[in-house]
Design a protein around this ligand. Structure first.
Ligand code: ADP
Length: 154
C-alpha cells in the first residue's frame, strides 16, 4: 500500500511541474537563413527542431527535421532558399506558456503530433506576437519523468 501511494504522489508531482522549470534553450535562426545553413545548424546544435525569429526576435516559424528533409530531396539550391518559405508559420504554431504544466505540454504535443513546443511570452500590445523564451520537447518530458519518479523510488 505504502509503495503504491508513493508512486501516485510522485506521478502527481510530475504532472504538475511547471514548464518554466524544465524549459531548454531554444535554438533559433533568422527567418532569412538559408535551408542549407539551417541543416548545418541542426547538426551543430544537435536538435530536432529550429525556431525562426524575425528581426525583432519574435517567433515567426518552426522548422522540423522532416521539413528540412522534404525540402532537401526536392530542391537543387538549398543555399538560395530561405527557411521562411518552408517553415510552419504563425498563427499555426502551437505554443506553451511558462506557467503551464508539463501535463499540458505533453497533451499538446501528442494531440498535434509534434515533437516540440516553443515556450513564449505574449507581448502586451500586440496579439499573436510572441517572444520566444525556450522550448519543451518529448525529451524534456521524459527527463522530468525520470528525475521525479527516481527521487524516492530509485
Ligand atoms: P518531424 O517533422 O521532424 O517529424 P515534428 O513532428 O515536430 O517533427 O513536426 C511535424 C510538422 O509539424 C512539421 O511540418 C513542423 O514544421 C510542424 N511543427 C512542429 N512543431 C510545431 C509546433 N509547435 N506548432 C506547429 N507546427 C509544428
Amino acid at each position: 500500500f505504502n509503495h503504491n501511494y508513493e508512486v501516485k504522489l510522485q506521478a502527481e508531482k510530475f504532472l504538475h511541474q511547471k514548464v518554466a522549470d524544465y524549459k531548454a534553450h531554444p535554438i533559433v535562426v533568422e527567418k532569412s537563413t538559408s535551408v542549407y545553413d539551417a541543416i548545418v545548424q541542426l547538426f551543430l546544435e544537435d536538435v530536432g527542431t529550429l525556431y525562426a525569429v524575425d528581426g525583432e526576435g519574435q517567433l515567426a516559424g518552426v522548422i522540423s527535421r522532416k521539413d528540412l528533409l522534404r525540402t532537401a530531396i526536392g530542391n537543387k539550391n538549398l543555399n538560395e532558399l530561405p527557411v521562411s518559405v518552408i517553415m510552419t508559420r504563425m498563427p499555426n504554431i502551437i505554443t506553451i506558456k511558462p506557467d503551464e504544466t508539463l501535463l499540458e505540454a505533453a497533451k499538446k504535443m501528442i494531440s498535434n503530433h509534434i515533437d516540440s513546443l516553443p515556450v513564449v511570452k505574449e507581448l502586451e500590445q500586440k496579439t499573436d506576437t510572441y517572444l520566444l523564451i525556450g522550448r519543451i520537447t518529448k525529451t524534456t518530458i521524459t527527463r522530468a519523468y525520470l528525475e521525479i519518479m527516481d527521487q524516492k523510488l530509485g
